[in-house]
Design a protein around this ligand. Structure first.
Ligand code: ADP
Ligand code: MG
Length: 166
């Protein structure tokens, strides 16, 4: 089924000159750029909607999978949310609306798992990711993994409306 989904090239993708290489991966699996927007600076209001506080527990649980010593996943997740806002606003990002057959699942598959330390080889995060959740936790940062990709059809719908307002 034809679908559209959101990809965001995070600051590290632009800083490391990986924009072309990353877009190439998506185009090679048949996805097409339907719309694209360069954000010189993202504001806090959009990020609060993109990464709402309700995500905290899930983020904390991902940290528990990757590292030891986290007793309260929700409290830890709230810290990660703050760190994510810092990460996303430090330099420009690029939002892309990709369209194609089963675009949502295809994009996630090409993107790879959240933590580059364990994301599969052959995926963008697995091949280009240079950070890990464990390292970023020790250093008090968000884990840098180059791209955001909508996780399911609900996320795709709300995130596309947020980043590509009519
Ligand atoms: P994904 O981007 O794979 O959908 P999530 O939606 O769970 O992953 O998390 C959003 C982003 O937050 C991740 O891409 C990553 O940059 C960062 N992140 C997630 N979990 C952690 C964590 N435990 N510690 C640091 N950063 C994290
Ligand atoms: Mg997600």
């Amino acid at each position: 089924m034809y679908q559209e989904t959101l990809v965001i090239l995070k600051p590290d993708a632009l800083e490391r000159n990986l924009v072309g290489a990353i877009i190439d991966r998506f185009e090679k699996v048949g996805l097409t750029i339907v719309d694209i927007h360069y954000y010189r600076r993202v504001n806090d209001a959009i990020l609060k909607k993109h990464y709402p506080d309700t995500m905290a527990e899930g983020l904390g649980k991902k940290a528990q999978l990757a590292t030891s010593g986290i007793n309260d996943p929700k409290a830890h997740g709230m810290k990660v949310l703050e760190r994510l806002r810092k990460y996303f606003t430090r330099n420009p990002i690029i939002a892309i609306r990709f369209g194609g057959e089963d675009a949502i699942k295809t994009v996630r598959k090409v993107t790879g798992y959240t933590d580059p330390a364990t994301s599969e080889k052959g995926t963008i995060r697995g091949d280009f990711g240079a950070d890990s959740i464990a390292k970023s936790t020790v250093e008090g940062r968000a884990c840098e993994n180059l791209i955001h990709a909508s996780g399911n059809s609900e996320e795709a719908k709300s995130e596309l409306a947020l980043w590509f307002p009519k």
